[in-house]
Ligand binder design. Structure first.
Ligand code: BES
Ligand code: MN
Ligand code: ZN
Length: 520
């Protein structure tokens, strides 16, 4: 999909050459800028009681006389901020996506606030979100939307051009230059979100550890990443006894994927992202109940978000160094599977008594966190669908954030708010560590049910003493259950926002040079 900005000519919105026009209406009366046929159509609808200036109001009109666009939608919004725009665009796109429109123009009228770079970015993400269709294993699914082109109508080209020249095309700036930068950034992030959704939606028999490794390699080719895949032998040599203990019950060979984006100088310390890549979690010998076990194909959502974020960051040509680490395997019961009570030795040298084989995420992450040390990272963030307890604690709106570093936690929380991909900080008091004591190893892999999301994080903390570290438990946010079952692509938006905001300024200009590539 192609996104761009347009400054309308003298005849205004009515003359815009698009298949569909979405007018985001602000304020409490027919906007003065909507003179001519569009204003008349809206005023007529208001008089007839079919449109009001309040939240949730939407009006569709076909072939308004004097308006070039065949389809016109009015959606009311409280302001032109990113949050409002995102909602309004989602509503408007939902209405035209199943139809014949190929070219959609979006304009804001009335109010007094104007769209900024963050708004433009939000618009792109909303359009992609609303038009995504999973088809990989469902050829009968409705064809993806016909939308090919989206135009963001704006005015004041000069101000934007000046802003861009001054290198100030940041998210908060307005004008065409800032909008174009926001659109480019949005496209890079949307591609990352789409990749994460696509990978996580694939069933376990398609999305195996080997498949994830292939996809990482493919992403590397298309986006200029260095990708290295360690196999079982490599991991044995390194001493990843904890990761391999989880992998040993499966016939699918484990893959330890390392993908690197080098957008900054060689000596700049990288950000390391570690993603849980359990391509299917049966629970192992501590097997899960049958109900909803299918959803455990999403247990590689953390891994998908790491690859998605690399896709976004590389797509935006960000001047940052980012390393993605994905330990990938299945958690299966079998004659070779690890058993409750087994003791394994992690890469860190610490031993672990595996009391519950269903607490496997932490077992693969701990070795990946130890591996991360070799990159001398500026910060390490792991992302995992780690605990059902986190879903109980926070539901499906906010991801759980755990960190031993207040500044890092604050950065990630702020990125989550800005990207509409919010998280909530959870505690890591030493007192919670007590329950991990074992008589037979340095630690047990589980505690009691109470505070399960925290004890899981406390387990990981034992492997991060040399790191600036944060952990995102996305068990409640990486996918939706029920009739709209499917991956959300979270927290790609949060992570991309975090990385891209660190390199704002020069990177925003670089983000304008996004190349369109095939999706991996
Ligand atoms: N992948 C699951 C976590 C999960 C469960 C995510 C349900 C989303 C929905 C994880 O591997 C797991 O099984 N965790 C156990 C830990 C327990 C055995 C301490 C859990 O949450 O029940
Ligand atoms: Mn499990
Ligand atoms: Zn799991």
């Amino acid at each position: 999909m192609d996104f761009h900005t347009l400054v309308p000519g003298k005849q205004g919105l009515a003359a815009i050459d698009a298949d569909a026009l979405l007018v985001v209406v602000l304020g409490t009366k027919v906007p003065g800028s909507l003179d001519g046929p569009l204003g008349q159509a809206l005023a007529d609808a208001v008089a007839a009681g079919d449109f009001a200036f309040r939240a949730g109001q939407m009006l569709y009109a076909h072939r308004v006389p004097g308006v070039k666009a065949r389809r016109v939608t009015f959606v009311w919004a409280v302001d032109a901020g990113a949050r409002s725009l995102r909602k309004a665009v989602a509503m408007g796109v939902a209405l035209v996506k199943g139809g014949g429109a190929r070219h959609l123009a979006v304009a804001v009228a009335g109010g007094g606030s104007e769209v900024d770079g963050a708004g433009a970015e939000a618009l792109v993400l909303a359009v992609h979100e609303a038009t995504y269709v999973y088809r990989a294993t469902k050829p009968s699914a409705p064809a993806a939307s016909k939308l090919e082109r989206v135009t963001l109508v704006c005015d004041r080209e000069e101000k934007g051009a000046k802003a861009r020249k001054a290198g100030a095309a940041s998210a908060g700036a307005t004008g065409a230059g800032a909008l174009a930068a926001g659109l480019a950034r949005g496209q890079a992030v949307a591609a990352g979100v789409a990749l994460a959704r696509e990978l996580a939606n694939r069933p376990g028999n398609h999305c195996t550890p080997t498949y994830l490794a292939e996809q990482a390699r493919k992403l590397g080719k298309s986006h200029g990443l260095k990708v290295e895949v360690l196999d079982r032998k490599d991991c044995e040599r390194l001493g990843m006894g904890s990761f391999l203990a989880v992998a040993q019950g499966s016939d699918q060979p484990p893959k330890f994927i390392v993908a690197r984006w080098q957008g900054a100088g060689k000596d700049e310390a990288p950000i390391v992202l570690v993603g849980k890549g359990i391509t299917f979690d049966t629970g192992g010998i501590s097997i899960k109940p049958a109900a909803e076990m299918d959803e455990m194909k999403f247990d590689m959502g953390g891994a998908a978000s790491v690859l998605g974020t690399l896709c976004a960051v590389a797509g935006a040509r960000a001047r940052a160094n980012v390393v993605g680490i994905v330990p990938a395997c299945e958690n299966m019961p079998s004659g070779r599977a690890v058993k409750p009570g087994d003791v394994v030795k992690s890469l860190s040298g610490q031993t672990i008594e595996i009391l519950n084989t269903d607490a496997e995420g932490r077992l693969i992450l701990c070795d990946a966190l130890s591996y991360a040390e070799r990159f001398k990272p500026a910060a390490v963030v792991d992302i995992a669908t780690l605990t059902g307890a986190c879903v109980i604690a926070l539901g499906h709106h906010r991801s759980g954030l755990f960190s031993t570093d207040d500044a890092l936690a604050a950065e990630l929380l702020a990125a989550g708010e800005a990207a509409f991909d919010p998280a909530w900080r959870m505690p890591l008091d030493e007192e919670y560590d007590e329950v991990l004591k074992s008589n037979f190893a340095d630690m047990a892999n589980v505690g009691p049910r109470a505070g399960g999301a925290i004890t899981a994080a406390m387990f990981l903390k034992r492997f991060t003493s040399k790191l600036r570290w944060a952990h995102l438990d996305v068990a409640g946010t990486a996918w939706r259950s029920g009739p709209n079952k499917g991956a959300t692509g979270r927290p790609v938006a949060l992570l991309s926002q975090w990385v891209l905001s660190k390199v704002a300024g020069p990177a925003a200009a670089g983000a304008g040079k996004v190349r369109t590539r095939r999706r991996a």
